[in-house]
Design a binder for this molecule. Structure first.
Ligand SMILES: Nc1nc2c(ncn2[C@@H]2O[C@H](COP(=O)(O)OP(=O)(O)OP(=O)(O)O)[C@@H](O)[C@H]2O)c(=O)[nH]1
Ligand SMILES: [Mg+2]
Length: 300
């Protein structure tokens, strides 16, 4: 009989390298927000993969960067704490890197400190030539003894099983920690908040999206006249300045409508039922340094 294996696998890397894109690919469901902006992920997010002989719990983490405020500090702390608690680390880097930068060096130091069992994943290989890739692999191999090095593009499904097979090799015998129907430990409320924030990140520019956070005020299931289940969701988008509020609402409320529409469509798809979404925008200056709000993003 094949012994069942399980384990916790943290995905770590600098901001914007594609960690959340990778966890979504591996899990096969949208568990984490993606954006072509830095500092998209703000807390540790779990995604669960069930295979015939194993259960792998992935932890997506905030990208490593230089902290500017309390929220940033909490984010980086979350990422480094998370690797300590995991059985295997996936260290994600970008194929386009010319050399090992400060952020990646910092990550390597932490891996060394914890003698962390690590697989190096080189993402975005669609953007570089093969020769460059070989040089990069050599550079990184000099720094740390990785269990394996896997070049991928997180946008291409064919890499999913290559990574999962490699991880499975290194897992220890253990139980399934989660029900096999589950694919994340996030609540519907958290998923809704992240969906709205992701659409805001996508549509807003400059520093506006980095100063927002979402709070769901109400989430209620009811049946409509056609006897369909419908979620009434009310959400507030908090931002740090009055001028940002104007931008988020947009001319004639167009921007807020667009954010709400995209978020609603994705929620309906992911939750499998109709959603009636209402959104508000409010200013909350200095929340980025307010511990009682930032605590929301701490590792639980
Ligand atoms: N060309 C290319 N782009 C990719 C690939 N994987 C991810 N991306 C893009 O890279 C951007 C950042 O992706 P995310 O998954 O949000 O990155 P992240 O590492 O989670 O970022 P943070 O949460 O900010 O740390 C997005 O625009 C993705 O579409 C890839 O293989 N090739
Ligand atoms: Mg992310």
């Amino acid at each position: 009989m094949v012994e069942f294996k399980s384990g916790f696998v943290t995905i770590i890397g600098r901001t914007n390298v594609g960690k959340s894109t990778l966890i979504n690919l591996l899990v096969g469901e949208k568990v984490s927000a993606i954006a072509n902006k830095v500092q998209t992920t703000r807390t540790a997010i779990r995604g669960i993969v069930n295979r015939p002989n194993s259960q792998i719990i992935f932890i997506d983490t905030p990208g490593i960067h230089k902290p500017k405020h309390k929220l940033n500090e909490t984010m980086v702390e979350t990422s480094f704490t998370s690797i300590k608690d995991s059985d295997i680390t996936l260290f994600l880097i970008e194929a386009t890197s010319k050399e090992i930068g400060k952020g990646d060096m910092h990550i390597i130091e932490k891996l060394k400190e914890n003698k962390q069992k690590t697989i190096l994943i080189i993402n975005k290989i669609d953007l570089v030539k093969k020769e460059h890739l070989l040089e990069l692999i050599e550079e990184y191999r000099k720094q740390y003894s990785f269990e394996a090095v896997i070049p991928i593009s997180a946008l291409q499904p064919k890499y999913k099983d290559i990574i999962l097979d490699e991880i499975e090799k290194h897992l220890k015998p253990g139980p399934a920690y989660y029900d096999i129907e589950e694919y994340t430990d996030q609540t519907i409320r958290q998923l809704a908040e992240e969906t709205i924030r992701e659409k805001a990140l996508m549509l807003l520019q400059d520093e506006v999206p980095h100063g927002i956070y979402i709070e769901i005020q109400k989430m209620q299931l009811r049946k409509n006249k056609q006897n369909q289940e419908i979620y009434d969701i009310e959400a507030t988008i908090y931002c740090i300045r009055e001028s940002h509020k104007g931008i988020i609402i947009g001319r004639n409320g167009e921007m807020l409508k667009k954010i709400g529409k995209l978020a609603r469509i994705e929620m309906e798809e992911n939750f499998g039922l109709k959603v009636n979404l209402k959104t508000w925008v409010k200013v909350r200056e200095n929340w980025l340094d307010n511990p009682s709000i930032v605590d929301k993003f701490k590792l639980k």
